[in-house]
Each structure stands twice: as structure tokens, then as C-alpha cells.
Design a protein around this ligand. Sequence first.
Ligand code: ATP
Length: 330
Amino acid sequence: MGFDNDIAIRVAGLAKRFGVVQALAGVDFNVRSGELYGFLGPNGAGKTTTINILTGLARADAGTIHIGGIDCSNNPRAAQRLVGVVPDESNLYAELSGFDNLCFCAALYGMAKPERRARALRLLEIFDLVKAADRKFGTYSKGMKRKLTIAAGIIHRPAILFLDEPTTGIDVGSARQLRRLIAELNQQGTTIFLTTHYIEEAERLCDRIAFITGGRIVKVDTVDNLLQPVRAKHVLQISLNSDSDVGNLADDLARAFPGLQFFCSQSRVIRVEATVPVHVGPLVRFLEEKEAEVSEVRKIRPSLEDVFVEVTGIGADAMGREKEKKGGGQ
Ligand SMILES: Nc1ncnc2c1ncn2[C@@H]1O[C@H](COP(=O)(O)OP(=O)(O)OP(=O)(O)O)[C@@H](O)[C@H]1O
């Protein structure tokens, strides 16, 4: 579905404060019609707050939102009719079956009875939930619950879908299946706004990604453009056998090979970065002269993770750890 100017979501100057916490500190972005747009950021970055405001669940202190060209402050209902929402925690009824939950949601959207049932059955098929159709939602696994919640979010065929952390807290297989379904929905024309803290997920799924941290967007671009600066880099990872002092070794290496950069992000591992191809032999010989035993040297293909860490200063491992504490993980 196309919108005026081909912009599905237009957000300007969005701000929100909770007591002393400035959850959003002036957020601006546009999502194009048909785009799969990702908000990538750590815990507390402001992702859910943004989705809640865009979907009418919370009020902004400042800023303007247009959805499908409709000003949400003038005509929130018309704007909300264009969207489907999949919250990070399901809003479906534990006591109702999967099928009844879908029919109930369809009724809320004003769909006629025969259409509700047909659409619910079709979605149960697409999401591979036919066998569980008559079971109570409360008995579903986490992955099944997430799938049914997404099915409920698209039951009325919205032009724009908001997905808050769609694969957090579910197993690897279900997460992969969901990503495929999300990509298919997008290919069929649904504009998708998705939040995630999984860098790889954003890289695989999104057309454009906004890095959000501390309530601000610090960078936004296509995956290709974001990767441009790191693609030119040559990166090696040198693993050592013994508990050598990698910090000192990295300093020694930096003095001996001034054209290269050395980092030690984990024990026993030295990362080498350069703008030209790196010759491994001299590095290994240098380390062995220092009595450090090299167990492996690997070429690393720089990824979006490197860009994210460089732009935000937030370690990719820290993103995962924070979320796992909350009960997530992939
Ligand atoms: N209802 C609320 N009351 C008080 N503070 C809140 C409330 N909702 C969010 N916050 C705070 O606003 C900031 C942004 O939170 P938000 O939930 O938007 O982050 P997030 O990026 O979605 O993180 P997460 O991945 O944990 O959901 C955080 O500091 C959070 O503690």
C-alpha cells in the first residue's frame, strides 16, 4: 500500500520523560512505504516507549507523528486503523483457544463473522499452529505464543505493522521461523517497524536501521551503507594458548607494527585491524619470540556489530547480557 510522499510513518521531535528519566530526547525519523525499518538498541534505549507512543498506548510530551499521512494528534483513530501492533508481552487471553483469540481480535477490528473464521484459520496455517488451534493460549510454548500474537496483530491486514522485540525469549528454531514470516509479510507489501537488540537480526531483516541509545537516534542508514566503512577494514583474530598478558603483548605489537591497530577485548585473544591486508607470519613470529603460543589466527569479516560498537560505544555482548538478565535470549 502506498502513502502520500511514500512515507508510512513520519516522526519529528518526539520526547517523553518518566520522572527523572528522559526516555526519548527528540527522536526524528521517517519510514518509507513498504520498508522494513529497525530500531536497534540496548535495554532502556527508548524502543518500547517509541512503539507505545506511535501505537497510541502512551502520550508523548512533545513531537508530531503522521501515520499514512494522517496527523495522529488530530485523527488518532483513523491512523490506528492502518496499523497492527505486536507488543513484546502478549496481550491475548490465556483462557481462550488460539482460534478463539484470533476470532475475538478480528471482531474487535469489525470484521464480519465468516471472514473472521476464514482469516483465523488461514493465519493458523501460515504460522503452523493448526494442531494447537483448539488449545488454550495459556498452554502454548513461548514461540507459539509469539507466533499467535503476531497473527493477531495482522488479522485485519494492516498496512503498517509494529513489532516490539519479536524474537526475544524464544528458541533459535522458532526465532528463525518468525524472521522468515516477517520477511514474507514485508515482501507482500506490509510496512514493518521492528525493534530489536539483536544486531544480526537487524542486519538480516531490515532495509534501514536506526541505532537508538539513551532516547536518541545516533545513526540511521541502510545496512549496506552502514557496513561501508568496515568493509574496507582487514581484521584478524589471534588466539593464544596460554594465559599471556594480552594487554602488554598488544602494546608491544603496536610499537613493532605501527601501521596496524591491536585490541584485546577478551582474555587470550588479540584483534588486529588494518586498512591493508595483514601478513600473519611476522605477527606470529613476533609473539612466539615473546614466548606467547599462538593457537589460531582467523580472518574476521567485519559485521554490523563492529559498526554498532563504533557508533554507540556499547559492546554487543553487553546488549545480549542485559537482555538475558530480563529473561530473554536467542
Ligand atoms: N512507565 C514507565 N515508568 C518509568 N520509567 C519508564 C517507564 N517506561 C519506560 N521507562 C524508562 O524509560 C527508558 C526507556 O525505556 P524503554 O522501555 O522504552 O526502553 P527499551 O529500549 O524498549 O528497552 P527494553 O529492551 O528493556 O524494552 C528506560 O530508562 C525505562 O526505565
